[in-house]
Design a protein around this ligand. Structure first.
Ligand code: 0A1
Ligand code: ZN
Length: 879
């Protein structure tokens, strides 16, 4: 196997830089193919570094035009320059000024890192290591400087010129050129640098912060799309208010700008005062965006804004500390969305996503700790583990020390670490101090990979009226970590009786369990509760109080008791999911033994009851959404046959749809809405339940559901209902589907973000013809592999969200993805590496597919000149 994998970077090798850069002054002359960057760096020896060391600046595909020291030319032998670095062999042992001129080609920059053009708009992406593609620099987050940026461009080409910080000056120049100067007074690492130049429309607003600072807000979008930017602006205002109230964080510049671009590798980027967004997470109108899109926009606008304190004011010492800003900021945006919408429903949605992404990652070859200790390519560590599990760790911390101590710890962190590049140790020290607790054991969550399992046995003694709960935890081995230690697991619990009253939780030593919290921090431990009335069902891990797998033996009657009566909405939902999962797992076993699957009525009847009784529509919709095929596959864990999983799930959905058909139909007609569309949570919940009801109804009786879906598709006045109907039609082969797909494709031919939904729906069809359909759609005029959103919608959905077709038994799905990865690797390695992640579960498949997957992984690995991104993923996947 051939790899070009870079040498690993290790946390234990961290040492401070030998030089510091205090100020950066940039003069950027924008040009489509030859942009010139003049950088003036004020550099001095770092007292914490090695005296007299060479100065080694990072570069990546750079062309050096000139370099000068304190205004004077450098002797040829005094430095060495290449596209990937600039070294001064013996820089002065005092402060000095280094002037560097580089030239870059933004149009040819298909990696979308550094300075590039997206639909003619100049923009930048510097996290993690993109600044070195603009100028030579100490490109690491612990080098913090004050930046002044002058941007110059042809006015007709780029009338809007934006930079970090506050605007200082702007003016016209001869020959139709103009310039703008921006200054950011807050020292920052270079990954937060940004500039934008182009023709852009703007919607603006203003906010006065709680200390009276006036802030001008701008959302910049493609001209003509201004009417779709209002919701993003509204979400920004709400985020700014919320951060003041919930975390005491106030904005610190006079301007806050957001720019939407159509070519972006990730969701968005928190550049200081100038967030740059994937336009998918800015643009929304009722006719083009779904309720889920609105919710995602709100969450990501908030996330990037919240980074201003958790990420920007306090940044990371090194990239191993990525979760310091990401886990914490995800936690903050989740709290925001919970406050703005329904907390239980948000929790359910987050846990669904955590299990789908992070649990999957944790159980395969790409598993790594929340804070990794080694990496070869940092771009590959923007993962569900760092982000979502990172947020879970913060949530557990809050659960363990309580909300008051948590608040005190956050306040201390903001106060003590402001303006620094910090570590997880710095962060935890604030909470240890604020709570008076020793958090050293807890900190294992940051170092140990893998999803712990908690097995529970319960024994009720009717005579003594005691309930004994025996807990045991274990974590399976992960790459590089074979031995695991027990972690600190906060288990929130309660008891539910068939009558529904929650019993008090008294322990054998006479205490009452505070907040129903039991902390499991050993391999095994037990808890005895006294004065327990007969027949309790333990409701464990309420609110999903820890990111673990719970193994609790509950029978169908007990699950239904929890589903009907638990006061904890998360566990009500969980009980239904567990029940459905069990039915599907049994159905898979039956199918693999050539038997027809059989289901009992109890589950479907209980769902019907919920439909009749509930007024929490969003919650009920979450219940109706049965575990996905991928969920079932994960539950099975090994020797997975995706076709059996598909058919088992279909069979259960059809059974439920038939059994609860009348209830579903009633729900569907009862929830019909009138009046104009509003994206608020209550209205969205209503739509989600109505669509979920139609989906199950159609699964049970297509003859009844399809005409309803067709009618809804034709008459919908909003994208949620239109795409909801189309998604249902897409699951049922026949002319109704093809007609609706054709109509949709035609109607939105000029709207690529909407077409992405259409690409995605078709890529997710669980039929053998889908691979050919996907290949055909790649020739659609709106499709382009150079646009990450298009590629993710079509190729990404096929690989990540179509279990049975990506994992086709003949291996054609794998071969297709390998082709795509190899093709993309030359232009956009980050995107290629992400797609390749679809193979992460390959070892858990039945052996025929496993062999096919391995063949394709080896084919990728054998390719000459792979990028470090793809090389790293393929190497780890095969290890
Ligand atoms: N810090 C961003 C995520 C991000 C990371 C890397 C990027 O490079 C392509 C872009 C964005 C966030 O957490 O939102
Ligand atoms: Zn982030």
């Amino acid at each position: 196997m051939r790899t070009d994998t870079a040498a690993p970077v290790r946390l234990e090798d961290y040492r401070p830089t030998d030089y510091l850069i205090d100020t950066v002054s940039l003069d950027v002359r924008l040009h489509p193919t030859a942009t010139r960057i003049l950088a003036e760096l004020a550099i001095r020896p770092n007292p914490a570094g090695r005296a007299g060391a060479a100065l080694e600046l990072d570069g990546d595909e750079l062309e050096l035009v000139s370099v000068a020291l304190d205004g004077g030319a450098l002797a040829p032998g005094a430095y060495e320059a290449s596209p990937s670095g600039l070294t001064l062999h013996a820089p002065p042992e005092r402060a000095f000024r280094l002037s560097i001129e580089t030239r870059v080609n933004p149009t040819a920059n298909t990696k979308l890192m550094g300075l590039y053009r997206s639909s003619g708009v100049y923009c930048t992406q510097c996290e993690a290591e993109g600044f070195r593609r603009i100028t030579y620099f100490l490109d690491r987050p612990d080098v913090m400087a004050v930046y002044t940026t002058r941007i110059e461009a042809e006015e007709a080409e780029a009338p809007v010129l934006l930079g970090n910080g506050d605007p200082v000056e702007r003016g016209a120049l001869p020959n139709g050129r103009h310039y703008a100067v921006w200054r950011d007074p807050h020292p920052k690492p270079c990954y937060l640098f940004a500039l934008v130049g182009g023709k852009l429309g703007r919607v603006g607003g203003e906010i006065v912060t709680r200390s009276g600072r006036k802030v001008e807000l701008g959302v910049y979008v493609e001209p003509g799309k201004e009417s779709r930017a209002g919701y993003a602006l509204d979400a920004l205002v709400r985020s700014m208010r919320w951060d003041e109230q919930a975390f005491g964080c106030e904005y610190d510049l006079s301007v806050f700008n957001i720019v939407a671009v159509s070519d972006f590798n990730m969701g968005a980027m928190e550049n200081k005062g100038l967030n740059i967004f994937n336009d998918k997470y800015v643009l929304a109108s009722p006719e083009t965006a779904t309720d889920a899109d609105y919710a995602a926009i709100e969450a990501i606008i908030a996330h990037e804004y919240f980074h201003n304190w958790t990420g920007n004011r306090i940044t990371c010492r090194d990239w191993f500390q990525l979760c310091l800003k990401e886990g914490l900021t995800v936690f903050r945006d989740q709290e925001f969305s919970s406050d703005e919408r329904s907390r239980p429903v948000k929790r359910i949605a987050d846990v669904r996503a955590l299990r789908a992404q992070q649990f999957a990652e944790d159980s395969g070859p790409l598993a790594h700790p929340v804070r990794p200790s080694v990496y070869r390519e940092i771009n590959n560590f923007y993962t569900a583990t760092v982000y979502e599990k990172g947020a879970e760790v913060i949530r557990m911390l809050k659960t363990l020390i309580g909300p008051e101590a948590f608040k005190a710890g956050m306040d201390l962190y903001f106060h003590r670490c402001d303006g620094t590049a910090a570590t997880i140790e710095d962060f935890l020290a604030c909470f240890a101090e604020a709570s008076g607790r020793d958090l050293s054991h807890f900190s294992l969550w940051y170092r140990q990979a893998g999803t712990p399992s908690v097995a529970v046995r319960t024994a009720y003694d009717a005579e003594d009226r005691t309930l004994r709960l025996d807990f045991a935890q274990s974590t399976p081995p992960t790459p590089g970590q074979t031995e695991k230690e027990p972690v600190v697991i906060p288990i929130r619990l309660g008891l539910v009786s068939a009558q529904g009253r929650g019993a008090p939780l008294k322990t054998a030593d006479g205490r009452t369990l505070e907040d129903g919290l039991f902390v499991l921090d050993k391999t095994a431990d037990s808890l005895t509760l006294i004065e327990v009335p007969a027949d309790p069902v333990p409701s464990l891990l309420r609110g999903f109080s820890a990111p673990v797998r719970l193994e609790q033996e509950l029978g169908p009657a007990e699950l239904l008791t929890l589903f009907r009566r638990d006061e904890d909405p998360f566990n009500r939902w969980q009980a239904a999911q567990t029940y459905a999962m069990r039915l599907m797992v049994r159905a898979v076993e039956a199918l693999r033994a050539q038997q027809p699957p059989e289901f009992d009525q109890g589950f479907a009847v209980a769902l019907g009851e919920l439909l009749a009784a509930t007024d929490d529509h969003a919650f009920a919709a979450q219940v109706m959404a049965l575990p996905s095929e991928a969920d079932v596959a994960r539950e099975l864990g090994r020797e997975i046959d995706p076709d059996a999983v598909l058919h088992a799930r279909k069979a259960l959905r059809s059974f439920v749809g038939q059994t609860a058909g009348d209830r579903l139909a009633q729900t569907y007609s009862r929830l019909e809405t009138t009046g104009p569309y509003s994206p608020d949570a209550a209205s969205a919940g209503r739509r989600s339940l109505r669509n979920a009801a139609l989906d199950l109804l159609t699964a049970g009786d297509p003859g009844r559901g399809i005409p309803l879906a067709q009618a809804q598709f034709a008459s919908a006045d909003n994208m949620t209902d239109q795409i909801g109907a189309l998604a249902i039609l897409a699951q049922h082969p026949g002319p109704a589907r093809e007609e609706a797909l054709a109509a949709f494709g035609e109607h939105f031919a000029a709207d690529p973000l909407v077409l992405d939904k259409w690409f995605g729906l078709q890529a997710a069809i669980p039929e053998a013809a889908t691979l050919d359909r996907v290949r055909g759609l790649m020739r659609h005029p709106a499709f382009s592999l150079s646009n990450p959103n298009r590629t993710r919608a079509l190729v990404g959905t096929f690989a990540m969200a179509n279990l049975s077709q990506f994992h086709r038994a003949d291996g054609a799905g794998y071969a297709f993805l390998a082709d795509m990865v190899l093709q993309l690797d030359g232009s956009n390695p980050q995107l290629a590496a992400r797609l390749l992640g679809a193979f992460r579960t390959w070892r858990s498949l039945e052996q025929g597919r496993r062999a096919q997957a391995e063949t394709q992984l080896r084919r990728v690995a054998a390719k000459e000149g792979l990028s470090p991104d793809v090389s790293d993923i393929v190497t780890r996947s095969l290890a």
